[in-house]
Design a binder for this molecule. Structure first.
Ligand SMILES: [Ca+2]
Ligand SMILES: [Ca+2]
Length: 94
């Protein structure tokens, strides 16, 4: 398990160093999340605050996870990073 995580981490590092473009699956996921973000972005500031996040039916815990810089907003970039991290974690599982 640990070895697989290391391999996944190395693969993610190599991918970001050599090929910054996400996989089609990651891209589709990120776009789906971005579309959901646009729909839930009530005040149209291009990011989610916690109220908007919860209004979209998401859990507060997920918000805290996605808000990487802890500024109280989740941006599309943070969504992308969280989606990629989730995909990498999933890929590491057998
Ligand atoms: Ca907003
Ligand atoms: Ca943030």
């Amino acid at each position: 398990m640990i070895r697989m995580l290391i391999v996944a981490a190395m693969a993610a590092t190599a991918a970001s160093a050599q090929n910054p473009a996400p996989t089609p699956e990651q891209k589709a996921k990120a776009e789906a999340v971005a579309a959901a973000l646009t729909a839930a972005d009530v005040n149209k500031d291009g990011k989610w605050d916690k109220a908007e996040w919860k209004a979209a039916g998401r859990k507060g815990k997920g918000f805290d996870k996605a808000d990487a810089n802890k500024d109280g907003f989740v941006t599309k970039d943070e969504i992308k990073a969280a989606t990629a991290a989730k995909a990498a974690k999933k890929a590491a599982k057998p």
